[in-house]
Ligand binder design. Sequence first.
Ligand code: T46
Length: 138
Amino acid sequence: MQVIKYMFQPHGDERGQLVALEEFKDIPFRIKRVYYMYDTVPEVIRGHHAHRALEQILICIHGSCKIKLDNGKEKKVVPLEKPYEGLYVANNMWREMYDFSSDAVLMVLASELYDESDYIRDYNEFLKFIDEKVVLGG
Ligand code: T46
């Protein structure tokens, strides 16, 4: 499984750091939505779903967390610990977010507006979705 982690360019000077993200330049899609999670309860695991079409970049802009990616065949755990790194998560990837530090803020840049019908929340349905994509050559 190929994990795509972007290392964004911080603009640092004596005042501190600044990271700027532009769609189609630093981010490979049009950014239609931004959301973030914080005050995550220790031991909690978020996610447990995939998406039919949504692409996202996950950036832990404060603190740290881990992302487990599962493409139906392979699983990989990716730590996010720096505010200048972004993990690309494609639609066809089951994801779980966990091990949040108490100060973690996980920000997500999303290619689509919120749409509950885009979620695949059942793991067997996800495996079927992946198989159908392979058959269709997607
Ligand atoms: C994903 C991972 C990384 C909204 O009203 N609008 C939104 O844009 C989002 C993302 C959520 N919500 C509502 C829906 C639920 O009532 O916020 C509540 C929590 O959402 P959810 O349980 O889906 O959160 P996570 O952390 O399990 O998953 C989220 C995203 O939903 C998902 O697309 O890939 O973060």
